[in-house]
Ligand binder design. Sequence first.
Ligand SMILES: Cc1ncc(COP(=O)(O)O)c(C=O)c1O
Length: 436
Amino acid sequence: MDEQITEQQLNAAGHLTIGGCDALDLAQEYGTPLVVYDVQQIRQQIRAFKRVFEENNVDYAVSYASKAFAAVAMYQVVAAEGGHTDVVSGGELYTAIKAGFPMANVSFHGNNKSRAELEMAVEHHVGTIMIDNFHEIDLLAAVLEEQNATTDVMLRITPGISAHTNKYIQTGQVDSKFGFDLQSGQADEALAKVLANSRMKMKGLHAHIGSQIFELAGFEGVAKKLVEVAAHWQEKFGYQAQVINVGGGFGIRYVKDDHPLAPEEFVDAIIKAIKKQVAQTGLAMPAIWIEPGRSIAGPAGYNLYTVGSRKDVPGLKPYVTVDGGMGDNIRPALYEAQYETVLARNPRTKTVEHVRLAGKYCESGDILSQDQALPATKPGDVLAMLDTGAYGYSMASNYNRNPRPAVVFAENGKAQVVIKRETFEDLIHLDEPYQQ
Ligand SMILES: Cc1ncc(COP(=O)(O)O)c(C=O)c1O
C-alpha cells in the first residue's frame, strides 16, 4: 500500500475515503476529473500552526496564502479557524470579500498591484498592504489621498537568501523580482518614504524565500535577517517593527522520497531563531506572522481521474491516460512536479507495472507522472492523485477548451460541491460573434 494512505483512510470495502466519503462514490456522484478536499485536514493544519505559536507564547497570525487554492468555501473555512489570509490580486480579494472574510485579517501582496486593485483594497479596509516596490508606494499614496484614508503597510524585502528548491519557486535570492533590495539601501529608502507618509502606518517587514523548502537553514536565516533589519531600522530611524512576517514555503511530502519535517516544526524553529536574535539585539519581541499556502491546502487535496486509453510499445514504458491532465494540474508539465497516484478501489493492491500517467490534452508534455507504479488498470478505473490541493486547481486552465473540474469539500462523511464543474456553455459565455 502507498505509505501516504493510512489504514484509517480505507473503508470496509477497502476503498480510499476522503473526509469520510468513499472516493468511488464521489467520482460516481460528481464525475471526474474531480478535485476533492478533506476539510478536517485543512482545519488540523491551521490548528497545528496556531498551537506552536501558543506553546511558544508569542503573538502571531497564520495567514493562509490563498494563491494555493482560492474559493469562497476555502476562505470560509480559514476564517472559521481564526486564520488570516493573503491575497495577490483583485480576483482573490473579491472572492475573500464574497466569502465574508474579515478584511482586517487580509494582507494584500503582489509586485505590480494596479491602481484599481489598490483602490479596491483601501475601499474595503484590507488589513495590511504588503508594499513591494517604489512605484507602489507612490500609487498607494495617491489612492490614500484620494480616498482620504489611512492603511497599515508592511515592506517586503529581498533577504538575499537562496532556498534549495526549484528555481521557479525561489523568491528570496538577491536577483528576484520581489521586494526591496537590502544591500543597495533600497529597503532603507522605502522605509524613509513610508514613515514620511502619515497615511501609511508602518507595521513591520516581510520576506518570503520560496516554496517547497525542506531545509531549516533557509528559514532560520531569513528569521535572523529580518530581526537584523528591524534592529537596524530601530537604530537608524527610531522605528520599532511590530510584526515580522517570514512568509510561507514549508515543504510537504509529495512522493516517497520526500521526508519533510511537519510544517509546524519549521515554524517552531523560526520562532526560536527570532527569539534568540531579538534577545541578542535587545528589540521588543514582535508578533510573528507566517503565510503557509501549500502546507495547508496541498496534503488535503486529491484529484480523481478515470482511466481511459492505453498505449503499449514494446520496450517502452506504457502510457495510461486519464480524463484530466495539465488543464487541472499544470505542475508536472510546468516544473516537473511529482505526485503519487493510487487505485481508488484498492490502494492496497500490489503494483505490477510502472507507467507514464498521461493527460488528455494535446501536448506531448501533458504527462501527470513520468513513472507511476500501479496495479493492473482498465478503462473506467478511478485513480486518486494525492496531495494535489495546492497550486493545482488554482492554476487550472481551459486549454483545448476543456471545462475545469468541480471541487468538492468532504468532511465527516458528507460532501458538497464548492466550485461547480464548468459547462461548455461556461466556456463560451464571454465569446462574442464576429460582426462581419
Ligand atoms: C509572499 C508569499 N507568501 C506565501 C507564499 C506561500 O508559499 P507556500 O505555498 O509554499 O507556503 C507565497 C508563494 O509563492 C508567496 O509568494
